[in-house]
Design a protein around this ligand. Structure first.
Ligand code: GLV
Ligand code: MN
Ligand code: MN
Length: 491
């Protein structure tokens, strides 16, 4: 009762916010109702769907939805949707219509996650959660995150149209998480970590570049969150059966082996750092080279150090108590490090900068090895900064340990993926491959709540986090069919 009151309160505040922006953005806002009309599929289509494996819903409509959602952006000329931005709310509203179209009851929670739930025959049975994220990186592709939400909704819509939805043995809940990329607040999984109960209350006070906190960004849209209500977002592990996520692979392996789908056996751990280098701001024409304390030149040396360390960890790390042979071996095959963002102050061509800030993203399958890399990197960063007479501050912004997917759930997903491909091709295929994920996913946070399993979908050229991201229409279909086959095991 209490929960539904809170839900309806948030939902009505959310709707009043949408009405508020409706006047200002009449053309951009799609209401639940119009989204539903867009996705209407007639009974004729359903009949032919039985013969052609529901390609109208699982492929044609799913691809149309991906394209439509891919146009919902905060920027005019590229795709960008960050936590609680206006475009994120428009995207949530669009997805909300598709959830209702699939027969689900919808609400938005206090962290901005959108939920769509069907109770099934036994509402007290453990809930099958299926999800992915609705936020994007800057200049994103249209599949990252959206594919997982849309393929789940398409599969549920097939069950609804065939009259099988009511036969689900357990509740099924699709969640479109509000923040996985961490672009706005530099802290990933704000949405899924809240559901898993691992988001510290201090996260509410993290600020974006404009000084707006997470709490304020929610309040701007009439969503009130307090430390207490954040803790209440945590799901009871006993009420959950497991979590499944479909996601674009974001790498080249499936294309290379010629499979549309693959089963994920684990996800690399990751750490994000922010490095601040402070030097002495000065005139580019008057300060002799020998007298400079240039944070830009120091940052360049630090970035090259990072590249050398991550290309050859075994040349840098000692084989002592922390790093044994297998750790070094695992690092050598999985360690990847990136500086993706850099800013300088005051950023003018005739000024030696006063300070430079850059991000570091470090990922590896082995958590101890990742810690050893951070230890060695930090040590050498301070040495270089001392030598250059600049000061350095290293801030740890985000950590997530590597995750091993549940073996039983992975076997069930493999069975479902094999069944889907067999239904599509009519041939006995080789078994779908199993692979690791270098990219982070909401499944990492949800693994702290329940068992998780993931399916990857092939992408062109292994490209992601780029507008060139592409998934074949038939591979979108394969993903929908696989989730449908998986859901059928819960009938
Ligand atoms: C999310 O896409 C990440 O892996 O950074
Ligand atoms: Mn991403
Ligand atoms: Mn993603």
């Amino acid at each position: 009762m209490a929960i539904s009151v809170v839900k309806s309160h948030i939902w009505s505040s959310y709707l009043s916010f949408l009405l508020h922006i409706f006047a200002a953005s009449l053309l951009l806002l799609t209401t639940c109702a119009s989204a539903q009309a867009f996705s209407e599929v007639g009974s004729e289509d359903v009949d032919s769907g039985r013969n052609n494996l529901y390609s109208e819903i699982l492929r044609d409509e799913a691809v149309a939805r991906l394209n439509e959602l891919g146009k919902v952006s905060d920027a005019d000329s590229y795709l960008e949707r960050t936590f609680m931005s206006a475009a994120s709310l428009r995207a949530a509203n669009l997805i909300c219509g598709w959830m209702e179209d699939a027969g689900l009851t919808t609400w938005i929670d206090r962290m901005g996650n959108l939920h769509g739930r069907f109770e099934g025959m036994d509402p007290s049975a453990g809930t099958l959660l299926i999800g992915s994220h609705l936020d994007t990186v800057v200049d994103a592709g249209i599949f990252d995150g959206s594919l997982g939400i849309i393929s789940a909704l398409s599969a549920l819509k097939v069950l609804k149209t065939t009259g099988m939805l009511g036969k689900l043995k357990r509740p099924v809940e699709v969640i479109a998480f509000s923040d996985e990329e961490g672009v706005r607040f530099q802290s990933t999984f704000l949405g899924s970590a809240a559901i898993a109960g691992i988001l510290p209350v201090s996260a509410l006070q993290i600020s974006d570049k404009g000084g707006v906190t997470v709490q304020e960004s929610l309040k701007e849209h009439s969503i009130e969150i307090t430390e207490e209500s954040l803790l209440q977002l945590k799901y009871d592990p006993k009420s959950v059966w497991g979590y499944v996520e479909v996601h674009i692979e974001q790498g080249p392996l499936l294309e290379w082996v010629g499979f549309p789908l693959g089963v994920v056996k684990g996800i690399a751990g990751q750490t994000r750092l922010k490095v601040l280098v402070k030097g002495s701001q000065g005139h580019a024409g008057t300060v002799p080279m020998a007298l400079r304390k240039d944070p830009m030149a120091a940052a360049a040396e630090l970035i090259i150090l990072l590249e050398r360390l991550c290309k050859n960890p075994k040349d840098f790390l000692s084989y002592d108590g922390q790093c044994n042979d297998s750790t070094i071996e695992s690092l050598s095959s999985s360690l990847v490090c990136t500086v993706g963002e850099i800013s300088t102050w005051p950023s003018a061509s005739n000024v030696i900068p006063g300070q430079v800030t850059f991000t570091v993203d470090i990922r590896a399958m082995n958590d101890m090895g990742r810690e050893a890399v951070i230890y060695e990197l930090s040590k050498q960063i301070y040495q270089i900064c001392d030598r250059r007479s600049v000061s350095c501050i290293i801030e740890r912004k985000h950590d997530a340990n590597a995750v091993v997917c549940d073996s039983e759930l992975s076997s069930q997903l493999k069975f479902a993926a094999n069944a889907a491909l067999k239904r599509m091709t009519g041939e006995i295929q080789d078994e779908v491959p199993t692979l690791m994920s270098g990219a982070g996913h909401d499944a990492m946070a949800i693994s702290r709540l329940t068992k998780v399993g993931m399916l990857f979908v092939r992408c062109r050229g292994g490209i992601s986090h780029s507008p060139a991201e592409h998934v074949l229409d038939d591979d979108v279909w394969a993903a929908g069919l696989a989730i449908l086959a998986f859901l059928e095991t819960h009938l």
